[in-house]
Each structure stands twice: as structure tokens, then as C-alpha cells.
Ligand binder design. Structure first.
Ligand code: G1P
Length: 275
């Protein structure tokens, strides 16, 4: 049973300065809802209710968001605005939230290792909220949970990217064992197009088995001098214990201004004024 999801949320969001000078990038709204809330809702939809944030300095707004604001609630009680808080209240009611701090920025692998205190020895999901995903059917994490229940091994989400974009992603190679499902043989973090083993890029959804923590402890800094989760998962892949899955749905790279604006337009068009 998968019950826990980690949300690495310690990064600075420098691409969005000055907006992120005093506000965590995870709180940037797609229309009227912060990115991180979409992520938590995706986890809930996948049946996951124990939420762990890898937080850092300046991230208090995230903690406050997933808490009751008595003053505000009192203020709007009985008014038409009350229903605007309904969704976040439901999220808060359904989940438990735990926080730990990443003191130094040493990469995504290091952030996930910091989350060990919140996860223990259970399998767990990791969701990078700036990869904002939408789908007509079940959410991406729910699709992955289904595979995890069947195969009981690490699962990563992938999508095809243009060849010249491989240096922005972890890239996999493997055998396609079912349509859109690959048994991973190789994973490389941000390879130049000429060195990329494919154009299948990892996006920010992972289900990891807990042996990843022991592997991460032994993983030396890789690309960019940081401890990369891709390098640790590549070790699991050496033993055939990693699946990569081309999910149904669409991803917006909300870590970039372009993707963020596209996601905003998409959500506004489809959820606020109808398609
Ligand atoms: C991280 C991972 C990378 C993955 C990407 C997905 O990179 O290191 O393997 O493809 O997330 O968004 P980042 O975007 O944090 O540089």
C-alpha cells in the first residue's frame, strides 16, 4: 500500500524573480490555486493521504496554506466567498502533513534523502509540483499507483521530448514490455542530445522503493555537482527493478515562464470559461 508522498519544495524559484523573492515558488497560482495544492490533490486522488514536504528557508506560506486560518475563516463566514475555501478545507481534512527542512541545496536526490525521516521504510511517491499535469481520466500519480500495485518496483513517469531538449531532463533507455511501459536499463541526468540514450524524459512523478535511501547515501554528486535522484534510480535499474511509464495526459513545465503561462491559459480556458 502506498500512503505517503514527498513534495520537494526547498528550491529558490529564481526563474520567477522578483515574484519569488519573498514568496515560495510552490505558492505561485495557476489561476486561483497554488501549484502545490494541485500536486497534493493529485496525491489524494491516487489514494495517498500522508503528505511530506521537504521545505527550506522562506517557505512558511506553504505550511500556512495547509492549515486553518481562523481569522480569515471567521471574516468570510456566511458570505458568498466561503465556498472559495471549500477545496483547500477538504484537502486539509483528508491529509496529514509533515515537514522537514533541507538545510543545504545539494540536489533532488539529497532533498529526497532528507525526506527519509518522514517516510521510514515504506515505498513512497515523489511529486515535483512544478511539473503540472492534467488528464481526462485518472491523474498521473493514480495511473502510476496502479502499476506499482502490479509490479512492486520503482516507477517513473516519462514523456517524449524533442531531441534537442534532453539536457533539461533525466533520460531513460529500456525495453518496451507493454505499450508505453518500459523496463529501464539506463538512466542519464540531463545528457546532451548526442549522448542521450533516447528522447524519453523523466517528468516529476516517481514511486520509489525505500532501498533508494541506502543507494542515495552512497551516490556521489553527479550532474551540476548535485546528488541526483536519476543516478540513484539508475542503480536500481541495474537489477531490473525500474519501470518507466508514458502517462496519459498533458504536462506543463511550470518551472519555466512559458510553461507556466501555458498552464494558466489552459486552466482558465477549460475550467473557468469552458472549452
Ligand atoms: C529534475 C530531475 C530530472 C527530471 C526533472 C523533471 O530536474 O533531476 O531528472 O527530468 O526534474 O522535471 P530539474 O527540473 O529539477 O532540474
Amino acid at each position: 500500500m502506498l500512503t505517503k508522498c514527498l513534495f520537494p519544495a526547498a528550491g529558490y524559484g529564481t526563474r520567477f524573480l522578483p515574484a519569488t523573492k519573498a514568496m515560495p515558488k510552490e505558492m505561485l497560482p495557476i489561476v486561483n490555486k497554488p501549484l502545490i495544492q494541485y500536486g497534493v490533490e493529485e496525491a489524494i486522488e491516487a489514494g495517498i493521504h500522508q503528505i511530506g514536504f521537504i521545505s527550506g528557508r522562506g517557505k512558511r506560506a506553504v505550511e500556512d496554506h495547509f492549515d486553518i486560518s481562523y481569522e480569515l475563516e471567521h471574516q468570510i463566514q456566511g458570505s458568498s466567498k466561503e465556498n472559495l475555501l471549500q477545496e483547500i478545507r477538504q484537502v486539509i481534512d483528508q491529509c496529514s502533513f509533515a515537514y522537514t527542512r533541507q538545510i543545504e541545496m545539494r540536489g533532488l536526490g539529497h532533498a529526497i534523502l532528507t525526506g527519509e525521516a518522514l517516510v521510514g521504510r515504506d515505498p513512497f511517491a515523489v511529486l515535483l509540483a512544478d511539473d503540472f499535469c492534467v488528464s481526462d481520466g485518472p491523474g498521473v500519480l493514480a495511473q502510476m499507483v496502479r502499476l506499482f500495485e502490479e509490479h512492486a518496483c520503482t516507477v517513473v513517469a516519462i514523456e517524449e521530448v524533442p531531441r534537442d531538449a534532453t539536457q533539461n531532463y533525466g533520460v531513460i533507455a529500456g525495453d518496451e514490455i507493454a505499450p508505453g511501459l518500459f523496463r529501464v536499463s539506463e538512466m542519464v541526468e540531463k545528457p546532451a542530445p548526442a549522448d542521450a540514450p533516447s528522447n524519453l524524459a523523466i517528468i516529476g512523478r516517481y514511486i520509489l522503493t525505500p532501498d533508494i535511501f541506502d543507494i542515495l547515501r552512497e551516490t556521489p554528486p553527479g550532474r551540476g555537482g548535485e546528488i541526483q535522484i536519476t543516478d540513484a534510480i539508475a542503480k536500481q535499474a541495474e537489477h531490473g527493478r525500474v519501470l518507466a511509464f508514458q502517462f496519459e495526459g498533458r504536462r506543463f513545465d511550470c518551472g519555466s515562464l512559458h510553461g507556466f503561462v501555458e498552464a494558466t491559459n489552459f486552466v482558465y480556458q477549460t475550467r473557468f470559461i469552458g472549452e
